[in-house]
Write a protein that binds this ligand. Sequence first.
Ligand code: KMH
Ligand code: ZN
Length: 309
Amino acid sequence: MPKTIITCAITGAVHTPTMSEHLPVHPDTIAEQAIAAAEAGAAVIHLHARNPANGAPSVDPAHFELFLSRIKQATDAVVNISTGGNPIMTVAERIPAALTFSPEMCSLNMGSMNFALHPLADRYQTWKEDWEEGYIRSSENNIFRNTFADIRMISEQLGGDDHRVKFEHECYDVGHLYNLKFCVDKGLFKAPIFLQFVMGILGGISAELDNLMFMKQTADKLFGTGFQWSVIGAGAQQMRLASVAAQMGGHVRVGLEDSLYIARGKMAQSNAEQVAKIRRILEEQGNEIATPDEARAILNLKGPEQVNF
Ligand code: KMH
Ligand code: ZN
């Protein structure tokens, strides 16, 4: 069994300040929670930025700059910058931070979808910030745009010799695996490709074990041995899907981007708390946790000395 890479997604663009006081939305808390998550065992830190003034999702390189070098100085974790950024923006708007900082990894979303968060809005009567309710409700009618041309553009701009970024291919449904297969056959991405099965987002496949099996079987059929894979169980299924994925030879992603909870009905106090929990579960079931350098070897990353922050 290969070692298991724990990715921790620190803040994302799904949850808003009202939803949890523990969600880091300020550069200081993003940095502190990222460093603590790495110390708890996360080899990869997946990062979005927030506007420090109001906690809104931001793709501004100036907002990333406020925490990237702090994280790099304090940990040897692999930094992964999101190119999903904010589901209401185009790809061209979402990639300047990745182009500026040239990280070892970036996310790459493998299809267009109605990335729907609107059912969350009915849980809250009042909101801390005035952007939150409209942002969440408007997702009912929003297409998160990731066309084949967008995907090719990201691969050319970030995957080529200038940046040599390794992608976390976010696949929200089985069709996204076929989109990726098409791109691999066109020569856009080289093995080992790194698949992230994103399960439990409304608009994509649900977070059920039989769907996890189907995603894995389809990946095996399409990519043979030329891939590594990981799973996000968004919301309540986070720990369950992660522990099963690791038993199947997959890697795992946790973090407050994907779930605000540590157990049924209990809010997580931090990203590190989720990392520590999945680490305990995995070690109990016999998985060994990959260090950042072991993750670099498994995923064939360019190395921390090649980034621009
Ligand atoms: N928020 C996750 C469900 C990205 O950053 O590119 C998907 C995500 C997208 O992580
Ligand atoms: Zn993300």
